[in-house]
Design a protein around this ligand. Sequence first.
Ligand SMILES: [Zn+2]
Length: 435
Amino acid sequence: MEKTNFRPNLRASEANVSMESCDDVIIRHLYDYKLDLLREEFDEENVRTTSSYQQLDVEKTIKPLFKLFTQCVEINLDEPILRRDKHVKFLKNCLYKLPSSYECLDASRAWICYWICHSLSLLDEPLSSSDKTCVVNFLSQCQSPNGGFGGGPGQDPHLAATYAAVNCLIILGTPEAYKCINRPKLKQFLTRMKAQDGGFHVHDGGEVDIRGVYCALCVALLTQVYSEEMFNNTREWLTACQTYEGGFSGYPGFEAHGGYTFCGFAALGLLKAEHLCDIKALLRWASNRQMNFEGGFQGRTNKLVDGCYSFWQGGLFPLIYRSLMKAGDTCLDGHWLFHHRALQEYILICCQHFNGGLLDKPEKNRDLYHTCYTLSGLSVAQHPPMGTDVIGTPQNCLKTVHPMYNIEFQALKSAISYFESHPYEAEENVEENAS
Ligand SMILES: [Zn+2]
């Protein structure tokens, strides 16, 4: 395609992205944009639906924020600024006392620990050793005597809570945190969750879905209890979840969705089997989820922008890039295949609560889940392969996230070296001798 004919916008249109080549997606990045000139407002095309009405509504709330930003940046070149201190304060306060609105998340307390500790690690804000001990002690109460972790003390083990607890313990990174995980029992739990068709039940007798596979695979690999047998027909099950759109659904036959797509493609990557799915179709689907006006991502076709998809969709691009590189694709030029600057602007201008914490979109409230996943997406956007590229002041730069596990790189490295030098079989022998 001639560059002069190319009409740049924030996302590649369906027509502009060839299924054979990713040239067109990359060309977008060769332009020196003025983002505000390129933002493309939604066109209803004379068909008003509930979705189109909501989309216009969101753009109406976002437009003044972008306008204010262009005025602010003329006065202060450091804009947009990550309100680092406010976010740290919000997160640390929540570690010991949650607002009453979190009551309904009683079965997600292991997740809350992960959301807080992961966000703080990306913000490079260390926890004191007594704080770390408190979190380890709490998570050990969530561990089931039959292996795996529940969402709260005494609750039944669940694969999602197990992923959250293991990730959190790895982020804490102390020997007591690593030792807290009963790996022989964890292996039994994971084996018990395996379904015959290659999927995983999320808990005893629970539903089989793609989150279960991703969570089981992450914890098995991170804690080194992985066995080929445990995941013998899982590659085929995952591949069956890729839909005609290119994204992945939670279970074969359902609609493609950002969170499920991340879980599915990351799981295929962890199993070294990305080549089994249609990566070009996935790239087309994922790059079209970046919104033309907002710069953030939507979770599904025809849905609204949401800050948490900064990671669920944004985190896909490093995985896609790695797979294309492995396959010898010559189009790659050191940029992620989405507009990483537009995503940073959406997060920094539209998703920060003035009192700390981040959110889905303006006019929504802040919460720990969105704080965790907007910051994770911001980290991905700031660290393309060509080198760090941070919007606003350099102080906005976050620590680098490992996109496959969503754990900060150094913490992940330390945990892998610990578990490699402490095989779980040794713990198995101790258990047997004790019984
Ligand atoms: Zn969300």
